[in-house]
Design a binder for this molecule. Structure first.
Ligand code: ZN
Length: 293
Protein backbone atom coordinates (compact mmCIF):
# COMPACT_ATOMS: atom_id res chain seq x y z
CA UNK A 1 0.00 0.00 0.00
CA UNK A 2 2.65 2.43 0.92
CA UNK A 3 4.03 3.16 -2.49
CA UNK A 4 7.34 1.66 -1.52
CA UNK A 5 9.02 0.17 -4.49
CA UNK A 6 8.51 -3.45 -5.13
CA UNK A 7 11.86 -5.02 -4.44
CA UNK A 8 10.52 -8.49 -4.48
CA UNK A 9 11.84 -11.48 -6.27
CA UNK A 10 10.14 -11.79 -9.60
CA UNK A 11 8.70 -15.18 -10.22
CA UNK A 12 9.02 -16.04 -13.88
CA UNK A 13 5.93 -17.59 -15.41
CA UNK A 14 6.43 -21.16 -16.35
CA UNK A 15 6.85 -21.40 -20.14
CA UNK A 16 3.70 -22.63 -21.77
CA UNK A 17 3.80 -25.68 -23.92
CA UNK A 18 2.36 -25.18 -27.33
CA UNK A 19 0.88 -28.60 -27.96
CA UNK A 20 -2.94 -28.72 -28.23
CA UNK A 21 -3.08 -31.24 -25.39
CA UNK A 22 -1.15 -28.98 -23.08
CA UNK A 23 -3.40 -26.08 -24.07
CA UNK A 24 -6.50 -28.08 -23.24
CA UNK A 25 -5.00 -29.13 -19.93
CA UNK A 26 -4.23 -25.51 -19.11
CA UNK A 27 -7.79 -24.45 -19.94
CA UNK A 28 -9.10 -27.28 -17.81
CA UNK A 29 -6.88 -26.22 -14.93
CA UNK A 30 -8.13 -22.64 -15.17
CA UNK A 31 -11.72 -23.89 -15.33
CA UNK A 32 -11.22 -25.97 -12.20
CA UNK A 33 -9.62 -22.98 -10.50
CA UNK A 34 -12.58 -20.77 -11.42
CA UNK A 35 -15.04 -23.34 -10.09
CA UNK A 36 -13.11 -23.58 -6.83
CA UNK A 37 -13.06 -19.79 -6.51
CA UNK A 38 -16.79 -19.61 -7.20
CA UNK A 39 -17.50 -22.23 -4.54
CA UNK A 40 -15.25 -20.42 -2.09
CA UNK A 41 -17.08 -17.16 -2.76
CA UNK A 42 -20.55 -18.65 -2.47
CA UNK A 43 -19.86 -20.58 0.71
CA UNK A 44 -18.34 -17.62 2.50
CA UNK A 45 -20.28 -14.71 1.05
CA UNK A 46 -21.67 -13.70 4.40
CA UNK A 47 -18.35 -13.45 6.17
CA UNK A 48 -17.56 -9.91 5.21
CA UNK A 49 -21.07 -8.87 6.10
CA UNK A 50 -20.58 -10.41 9.51
CA UNK A 51 -17.06 -9.06 9.90
CA UNK A 52 -18.33 -5.50 9.48
CA UNK A 53 -21.34 -5.80 11.74
CA UNK A 54 -19.39 -4.11 14.54
CA UNK A 55 -21.52 -5.75 17.21
CA UNK A 56 -18.63 -7.65 18.71
CA UNK A 57 -14.88 -7.12 18.57
CA UNK A 58 -12.89 -8.32 15.61
CA UNK A 59 -10.04 -10.50 16.78
CA UNK A 60 -6.92 -9.84 14.78
CA UNK A 61 -4.10 -12.35 15.07
CA UNK A 62 -0.65 -11.02 14.35
CA UNK A 63 1.83 -13.63 13.25
CA UNK A 64 5.40 -12.32 13.22
CA UNK A 65 7.87 -13.77 10.74
CA UNK A 66 11.59 -13.02 10.56
CA UNK A 67 12.09 -12.36 6.86
CA UNK A 68 15.87 -12.60 6.99
CA UNK A 69 18.61 -14.21 9.06
CA UNK A 70 19.86 -10.93 10.51
CA UNK A 71 20.55 -10.89 14.26
CA UNK A 72 18.82 -7.49 14.32
CA UNK A 73 15.62 -9.05 13.01
CA UNK A 74 15.97 -12.03 15.35
CA UNK A 75 16.37 -9.80 18.41
CA UNK A 76 13.46 -7.59 17.36
CA UNK A 77 11.06 -10.48 16.76
CA UNK A 78 12.01 -12.17 20.02
CA UNK A 79 11.37 -8.95 21.94
CA UNK A 80 7.84 -8.51 20.55
CA UNK A 81 5.01 -8.64 23.04
CA UNK A 82 1.27 -8.03 22.88
CA UNK A 83 1.62 -4.48 24.16
CA UNK A 84 3.54 -3.65 21.03
CA UNK A 85 0.33 -3.68 18.93
CA UNK A 86 -1.99 -1.93 21.38
CA UNK A 87 -1.71 1.38 19.49
CA UNK A 88 -3.64 -0.34 16.67
CA UNK A 89 -6.47 -1.31 19.04
CA UNK A 90 -6.49 2.22 20.49
CA UNK A 91 -6.57 3.76 17.00
CA UNK A 92 -9.62 1.78 15.89
CA UNK A 93 -11.38 2.42 19.20
CA UNK A 94 -10.80 6.17 18.82
CA UNK A 95 -11.85 6.35 15.18
CA UNK A 96 -14.87 4.04 15.51
CA UNK A 97 -16.13 6.18 18.36
CA UNK A 98 -16.07 9.25 16.11
CA UNK A 99 -18.51 7.44 13.82
CA UNK A 100 -20.80 6.35 16.64
CA UNK A 101 -19.81 2.68 16.73
CA UNK A 102 -20.98 1.37 20.09
CA UNK A 103 -18.03 -0.85 20.82
CA UNK A 104 -15.29 0.14 23.20
CA UNK A 105 -12.86 -2.19 21.48
CA UNK A 106 -13.86 -2.83 17.86
CA UNK A 107 -10.48 -4.41 17.09
CA UNK A 108 -8.48 -6.63 19.42
CA UNK A 109 -5.02 -7.59 18.27
CA UNK A 110 -3.35 -10.68 19.61
CA UNK A 111 0.25 -11.61 19.16
CA UNK A 112 0.69 -15.18 17.99
CA UNK A 113 3.87 -17.27 18.10
CA UNK A 114 6.48 -16.55 15.47
CA UNK A 115 6.14 -18.51 12.24
CA UNK A 116 9.15 -20.08 10.57
CA UNK A 117 7.54 -20.11 7.16
CA UNK A 118 6.82 -17.31 4.68
CA UNK A 119 3.69 -16.77 2.60
CA UNK A 120 3.81 -17.35 -1.16
CA UNK A 121 4.71 -14.26 -3.13
CA UNK A 122 2.89 -12.90 -6.14
CA UNK A 123 4.84 -11.60 -9.10
CA UNK A 124 4.00 -7.90 -9.58
CA UNK A 125 3.12 -8.52 -13.23
CA UNK A 126 1.15 -11.70 -12.63
CA UNK A 127 -1.79 -12.36 -14.96
CA UNK A 128 -5.31 -12.71 -13.59
CA UNK A 129 -5.32 -16.54 -13.58
CA UNK A 130 -1.89 -16.60 -11.93
CA UNK A 131 -3.08 -14.06 -9.35
CA UNK A 132 -6.16 -16.16 -8.65
CA UNK A 133 -4.01 -19.22 -8.20
CA UNK A 134 -1.66 -17.30 -5.93
CA UNK A 135 -4.65 -16.10 -3.86
CA UNK A 136 -5.74 -19.70 -3.34
CA UNK A 137 -2.19 -20.75 -2.47
CA UNK A 138 -1.95 -17.91 0.06
CA UNK A 139 -5.20 -18.93 1.70
CA UNK A 140 -4.15 -22.54 1.80
CA UNK A 141 -0.79 -21.53 3.29
CA UNK A 142 -2.53 -19.37 5.91
CA UNK A 143 -4.88 -22.19 6.79
CA UNK A 144 -1.92 -24.56 7.15
CA UNK A 145 0.24 -22.38 9.40
CA UNK A 146 -2.35 -20.63 11.53
CA UNK A 147 -5.68 -20.98 13.21
CA UNK A 148 -4.66 -23.77 15.54
CA UNK A 149 -5.72 -21.80 18.58
CA UNK A 150 -8.71 -22.02 20.84
CA UNK A 151 -9.30 -18.28 20.85
CA UNK A 152 -11.32 -16.58 18.11
CA UNK A 153 -9.36 -15.41 15.10
CA UNK A 154 -11.31 -13.26 12.67
CA UNK A 155 -8.46 -11.70 10.73
CA UNK A 156 -4.92 -12.98 10.29
CA UNK A 157 -2.09 -10.55 9.68
CA UNK A 158 1.25 -12.06 8.73
CA UNK A 159 3.97 -9.51 9.44
CA UNK A 160 7.35 -10.14 7.85
CA UNK A 161 10.11 -8.21 9.59
CA UNK A 162 13.21 -7.07 7.71
CA UNK A 163 16.47 -5.64 8.91
CA UNK A 164 16.40 -2.16 7.31
CA UNK A 165 20.17 -2.30 6.80
CA UNK A 166 19.73 -5.35 4.58
CA UNK A 167 16.37 -4.44 3.02
CA UNK A 168 15.88 -0.67 2.97
CA UNK A 169 12.90 -0.99 0.63
CA UNK A 170 10.30 -3.68 1.18
CA UNK A 171 7.64 -4.98 -1.21
CA UNK A 172 4.06 -3.75 -1.18
CA UNK A 173 2.00 -5.11 1.66
CA UNK A 174 -1.46 -6.45 0.94
CA UNK A 175 -4.79 -7.21 2.52
CA UNK A 176 -7.21 -9.69 1.00
CA UNK A 177 -10.95 -9.64 1.74
CA UNK A 178 -10.98 -13.21 0.51
CA UNK A 179 -9.96 -15.10 3.60
CA UNK A 180 -9.48 -11.96 5.73
CA UNK A 181 -5.71 -12.25 5.37
CA UNK A 182 -3.09 -9.52 5.41
CA UNK A 183 0.59 -9.79 4.52
CA UNK A 184 2.65 -6.88 5.82
CA UNK A 185 6.28 -6.20 4.96
CA UNK A 186 7.65 -4.35 7.96
CA UNK A 187 10.94 -3.20 9.43
CA UNK A 188 12.60 -4.77 12.45
CA UNK A 189 13.46 -1.58 14.28
CA UNK A 190 11.64 0.28 17.07
CA UNK A 191 12.09 3.49 15.04
CA UNK A 192 9.62 2.09 12.53
CA UNK A 193 7.07 0.73 15.01
CA UNK A 194 4.71 3.62 14.34
CA UNK A 195 4.80 3.35 10.56
CA UNK A 196 4.57 -0.44 10.75
CA UNK A 197 1.33 0.08 12.70
CA UNK A 198 0.00 2.37 9.96
CA UNK A 199 0.67 -0.29 7.33
CA UNK A 200 -0.90 -3.05 9.47
CA UNK A 201 -4.02 -0.93 10.07
CA UNK A 202 -4.22 -0.02 6.37
CA UNK A 203 -4.03 -3.64 5.23
CA UNK A 204 -6.42 -4.68 7.97
CA UNK A 205 -9.07 -2.38 6.51
CA UNK A 206 -8.40 -3.76 3.02
CA UNK A 207 -9.45 -7.15 4.38
CA UNK A 208 -12.74 -5.52 5.38
CA UNK A 209 -13.31 -4.08 1.93
CA UNK A 210 -11.81 -0.58 2.22
CA UNK A 211 -10.20 0.71 -0.97
CA UNK A 212 -7.04 2.73 -1.53
CA UNK A 213 -7.49 6.50 -1.64
CA UNK A 214 -4.32 7.63 -3.32
CA UNK A 215 -3.02 7.96 -6.85
CA UNK A 216 -1.16 4.75 -7.66
CA UNK A 217 1.23 6.62 -9.98
CA UNK A 218 2.21 9.50 -7.71
CA UNK A 219 1.26 8.18 -4.22
CA UNK A 220 -0.62 11.47 -3.70
CA UNK A 221 -3.79 11.23 -1.58
CA UNK A 222 -6.97 11.59 -3.64
CA UNK A 223 -9.03 14.68 -2.97
CA UNK A 224 -11.30 14.78 -1.02
CA UNK A 225 -11.51 11.17 0.19
CA UNK A 226 -7.79 10.68 0.80
CA UNK A 227 -7.36 13.85 2.88
CA UNK A 228 -7.44 13.74 6.66
CA UNK A 229 -9.65 16.84 6.57
CA UNK A 230 -10.62 18.06 3.11
CA UNK A 231 -12.41 21.04 4.71
CA UNK A 232 -9.37 22.25 6.65
CA UNK A 233 -8.62 25.97 6.25
CA UNK A 234 -6.05 26.55 5.04
CA UNK A 235 -6.00 23.22 3.25
CA UNK A 236 -2.22 22.73 3.66
CA UNK A 237 -0.42 21.38 5.50
CA UNK A 238 -2.93 18.70 6.34
CA UNK A 239 -2.81 17.93 10.06
CA UNK A 240 -3.56 14.25 9.54
CA UNK A 241 -3.39 11.51 6.94
CA UNK A 242 -6.36 9.39 5.90
CA UNK A 243 -5.59 5.73 6.64
CA UNK A 244 -6.34 4.39 3.17
CA UNK A 245 -4.34 7.20 1.54
CA UNK A 246 -1.36 6.52 3.78
CA UNK A 247 0.14 9.99 3.45
CA UNK A 248 -0.64 13.55 4.39
CA UNK A 249 -0.24 16.50 2.09
CA UNK A 250 2.14 19.18 3.33
CA UNK A 251 1.44 21.39 0.34
CA UNK A 252 -0.20 20.95 -3.05
CA UNK A 253 2.90 19.09 -4.20
CA UNK A 254 4.57 17.69 -1.08
CA UNK A 255 3.50 14.67 0.89
CA UNK A 256 4.75 12.79 3.91
CA UNK A 257 4.22 9.41 5.51
CA UNK A 258 2.70 9.60 8.99
CA UNK A 259 5.04 8.59 11.80
CA UNK A 260 2.37 6.68 13.66
CA UNK A 261 -1.38 6.23 14.00
CA UNK A 262 -1.68 9.39 16.11
CA UNK A 263 -1.30 11.28 12.83
CA UNK A 264 -3.93 9.22 11.02
CA UNK A 265 -7.72 9.25 10.76
CA UNK A 266 -10.35 7.14 9.03
CA UNK A 267 -12.18 9.36 6.54
CA UNK A 268 -15.92 9.19 5.80
CA UNK A 269 -15.47 7.36 2.48
CA UNK A 270 -13.51 4.59 4.21
CA UNK A 271 -15.98 4.58 7.12
CA UNK A 272 -18.77 4.00 4.60
CA UNK A 273 -16.91 1.07 3.04
CA UNK A 274 -16.38 -0.69 6.35
CA UNK A 275 -19.91 0.18 7.49
CA UNK A 276 -19.05 2.51 10.29
CA UNK A 277 -21.48 4.78 8.47
CA UNK A 278 -24.83 3.46 7.24
CA UNK A 279 -25.65 3.17 3.59
CA UNK A 280 -22.75 1.14 2.26
CA UNK A 281 -23.36 -2.11 0.55
CA UNK A 282 -20.57 -4.65 0.51
CA UNK A 283 -18.19 -4.24 -2.38
CA UNK A 284 -19.17 -6.80 -5.03
CA UNK A 285 -15.63 -8.08 -5.42
CA UNK A 286 -15.29 -8.60 -1.71
CA UNK A 287 -17.96 -11.21 -1.34
CA UNK A 288 -15.75 -13.78 0.24
CA UNK A 289 -14.15 -14.38 3.52
CA UNK A 290 -12.67 -16.66 6.07
CA UNK A 291 -13.58 -20.25 6.25
CA UNK A 292 -12.30 -20.92 2.79
CA UNK A 293 -9.10 -22.84 2.55
ZN1 ZN B 1 -3.63 -0.23 0.07
Amino acid sequence: MTGRHIAGRRIAARPLHSTPRAGTFRQLRILVLLIVLLLVSVTTCETRYLSTHWRSPLYVSIYPIAADASPVTRAYVEALDSERFKPIDAFFAREAKRYGVELDAPVKTRLRPELRDSPPRRAPDASIPVTMLWSLRLRFWAWRVSGHVAEPEDIRMFVLYHDPALTPVVPHSLGLPQGLIGVVYAFATPDMDGSNDVVIAHELLHTLGATDKYDLQTDAPSFPDGYGDPHQVPLYPQATAELMAGRRMLSATQLEEPRDLDEVVVGPATALEIRWLPGASPHPSDQAGRGAL
